[in-house]
Design a protein around this ligand. Structure first.
Ligand code: NAD
Length: 472
């Protein structure tokens, strides 16, 4: 095992190669899938106050085997070409795993958004979008960005508005970007989709009694102890939904300013309120401040959820990780070398390319909504409601008994957009996990879920190429 620094893209390639050995696919085809199809590196000036800042930015389309390509846009000082390539590659595999018919892409703008005012950020986002338009790197049938680290609905609305300016009258133009605010052609449930998907994925994992027994745990989410790194979009919603809907106990949290632990459980909304009021998660009533920001990762717990950034668990801290399960909510939080150490310790790693696929899944629903120009549920909600009312009326007539008002309204409810989105997401995460688990069970040489997930993805992507007859 080497201890030298491995780049993020090299780490993804290493995991790819490990899985490729189990597929029996032709070498040329594997090479075609593995490499990035298009890399656009750009520099553009933005006037900030009296100065001009030259901004470095990227858009990478990893695979054109399906179009459009899809992937978030990251605003972070850590952005570089290697990182964007790695994240774009992960998007290709992620989409395949959850049967979202897109190729993978990713964008990155090398800025710390905290150093800019809102109007300055708007200027940068609009200029970045213009660069993408100029090179034909954005469009509902070409490449569809979404939020990622450091961006959200606000930035997506700016991207949409810029795109519309250049594509006036294009009927499907609003499908050029997803993760938009609901009022701006977005979809209910997109904001929390990644965290909700992480919860569904973990809930499915812990529902298999034998798998849990093998690592000394009971089945089910109720009472599982959890540590979360990063209380941003993904981390916060994962924590909140796991706590409220699954009954998990959050015993540790790590954020930029430090980390805390509280064995009796942290109320995540109370912690968010505390952070808003004091500017920090530290000194939260009843919790202990830990010595470093990374210390929470080393707490004893059932499930550790890194939800901040890549390369958080490395060969340096991997030997001290005590969690039984690591759910990769962030992309690439464990380096390939660190993974070897963790797997030897018997830790179950739920890979990013599956676990955080909820975001792209609901982005796909949003894109479909945009192309159909109608919200989900509009056609069938009332029809279903009336059908259920008729069934209830018949049951009441036949039995001579009345069903209570509250119970009746639950039974006869037709699905709203949010119900359909969450149900589609739940179905997607359950089905994909079962495919990954079955792949691992069928091939005894596959001993980890990441390799199994990669094999699932490679089989699906390769069948697209093989159908074209490009590779014999
Ligand atoms: P975000 O910007 O909303 O939140 C990230 C949080 O992590 C912030 O609160 C930040 O302060 C914190 N953080 C940064 N460095 C940290 C450190 N060293 N220790 C502890 N906390 C730290 O970003 P996000 O959208 O939640 O994305 C987080 C991760 O999830 C990224 O890897 C991203 O690629 C991945 N992801 C996001 C989505 C999505 O829909 N937003 C989808 C799939 C994957």
């Amino acid at each position: 095992m080497s201890t030298k620094h491995v780049s993020f893209f090299a780490s993804v390639e290493k995991n790819f190669d490990k899985a490729a050995a189990h597929t029996g696919l032709p070498k040329g085809l594997l090479e075609q899938i593995k490499l990035c199809n298009a890399v656009y590196q750009m520099r553009f000036p933005v006037k900030v106050g009296r100065e001009y800042h030259v901004i470095e930015a990227y858009r990478v389309q990893h695979s054109h085997h399906r179009l459009p390509t899809k992937g978030g846009i990251r605003f972070s000082l850590g952005v570089n070409q290697d990182e964007v390539m790695a994240l774009a590659a992960l998007m290709t595999y992620k989409c395949a795993i959850v049967d979202v018919p897109f190729g993978g892409a990713k964008g990155g703008v090398k800025i710390n958004p905290k150093n800019y005012t809102t109007p300055q950020l708007q200027k940068i986002t609009r200029r970045y979008t213009t660069e993408l338009i100029r090179k034909n790197f954005i469009g509902p049938g070409i490449d569809v960005p979404a939020p990622d680290y450091g961006t959200g609905g606000r930035e997506m609305a700016w991207i949409l508005d810029t795109y519309l300016t250049f594509h006036h009258g294009e009927i499907d133009a609003v499908g050029c970007v997803t993760g938009k605010p609901v009022s701006q052609n977005g979809i209910q449930g997109r904001t929390e989709a990644t965290g909700r998907g992480v919860y569904y994925g973990l809930r499915e994992l812990v529902s298999f009694k034998d798998d849990m027994k093998a690592i000394g745990l009971e089945e089910g989410m109720e009472g599982k102890t959890m540590v979360i790194q990063g209380l941003g979009n993904v981390g916060y919603h994962t924590a909140k939904i796991s706590q409220h809907e699954g009954g998990a106990k959050i015993i540790g949290v790590a954020e930029y300013e430090g980390s805390i632990s509280k064995p009796s459980g942290i109320d995540i909304d109370a912690l968010m309120k505390h952070r808003k009021e004091t500017g920090s998660i530290l000194n939260f009533p009843g919790a202990e401040n830990l010595p470093t920001r990374e210390a929470a990762l080393e707490l004893e717990c059932d499930i550790l959820v890194p939800a901040a950034l890549e390369n958080q668990i490395t060969v340096e801290n991997a030997p001290r990780i005590k969690a039984k399960i690591i759910g990769e909510a962030a992309n690439g939080p464990i380096t390939a070398d660190a993974e070897e150490i963790l797997l030897k310790k018997g830790i179950v790693i739920v890979p990013d390319m599956y676990l955080n696929a909820g975001g792209v899944t609901v982005s796909y629903f949003e894109w479909l909504k945009n192309l159909s120009h109608m919200r989900f549920g509009r056609m069938e909600k009332r029809f279903n409601h009336n059908t259920y009312e008729n069934i209830i009326a018949t049951v009441e007539r036949l039995t001579g008994k009345r069903i209570g008002k509250k119970e009746r309204s639950v039974i006869t409810k037709g699905g709203d957009e949010i119900d359909l989105v969450n149900s589609g997401l739940e179905e997607t995460m359950i089905t994909a996990y079962r495919q990954i688990r079955d792949t691992a069970k069928r091939n005894k040489k596959i001993t980890d879920l990441r390799t199994a997930a990669f094999v699932c993805a490679l089989n699906k992507i390769s069948s697209d190429y093989l159908a074209l007859g490009i590779f014999p």
